[in-house]
Design a protein around this ligand. Structure first.
Ligand SMILES: [Zn+2]
Length: 54
């Protein structure tokens, strides 16, 4: 399986993005320079929802 090793801007850990995923596409096309891993994007999403209902 093809994947890239990408650095998470939030936790500074490298994570793998596999071919076919959205981040893979963005990374390949250089559309975005900051990426975060699934754990962090999940956390960010939860925080956003919490803030929304505050
Ligand atoms: Zn992370």
């Amino acid at each position: 399986m093809i994947y890239y090793e990408v650095l998470c801007y939030s936790c500074k850990k490298t994570f793998r993005v596999y071919e076919g995923s959205l981040i893979y596409k963005q990374f390949k096309e250089r559309r975005s320079r900051i990426f975060c891993c699934e754990d962090c994007s999940h956390k960010i999403r939860i925080d956003a929802i919490k803030n929304f209902f505050r």
